[in-house]
Design a protein around this ligand. Structure first.
Ligand code: T46
Length: 133
């Protein structure tokens, strides 16, 4: 599997750094929703689902965390630990997020509004779904 990595342009100067993300420019979709995950407790694993339609960009803007991606055939683990690097997650991809540092803030830019009907939360159903695509 080829994980689609994202590296943002950093607008640094003597004052520090700034990253700007615009829909349909750096981000290849309309940004319909932004959310972020923080204060994740030690040892916690989140996610355990795929999306039928949703596309997302994940950036750990502070601290670090790891993401397991699984397309039904291959699995890959990615470390996110820089505020200017992220990964795109397309639809039909099982994801788990884990090993959050205590200070981790995982920022997510999403192509759709929240819709529970878009989630596949059962791994066997996910495999069935991707194999029927
Ligand atoms: C994903 C990974 C990376 C909302 O009300 N609105 C929202 O936009 C979201 C994302 C969640 N919620 C509610 C639903 C649950 O009651 O917040 C609660 C926690 O959500 P969930 O258990 O789905 O969180 P994660 O960390 O397992 O997954 C989230 C996203 O849901 C998911 O799309 O790809 O982060």
């Amino acid at each position: 599997m080829k994980v689609e990595r994202f590296v943002a342009q950093q607008h640094g100067d003597s004052r520090g750094q700034l990253v700007a993300l615009e829909e349909n420019k750096e981000i290849p979709f309309d940004i319909k929703r932004v959310y972020y995950i923080y204060d994740t407790l030690s040892g916690v694993r989140r996610g355990f689902h795929a999306h039928k339609k949703l596309k997302q960009l994940l950036i750990c803007v502070h601290g670090s965390c790891k993401i397991l991606l699984d397309d039904g055939k291959e699995k890959e683990n990615v470390v996110l630990d820089k505020p200017f690097e992220g990964i795109f997650i397309e639809s039909n991809m099982w994801r788990e997020m884990y090993d959050f540092s205590p200070d981790a803030v995982l920022l997510v830019l999403a192509s759709e509004v929240y819709d529970e009907a878009d989630y596949i939360r059962n791994y066997d159903k996910f495999l069935e779904y991707v194999n029927n695509q």
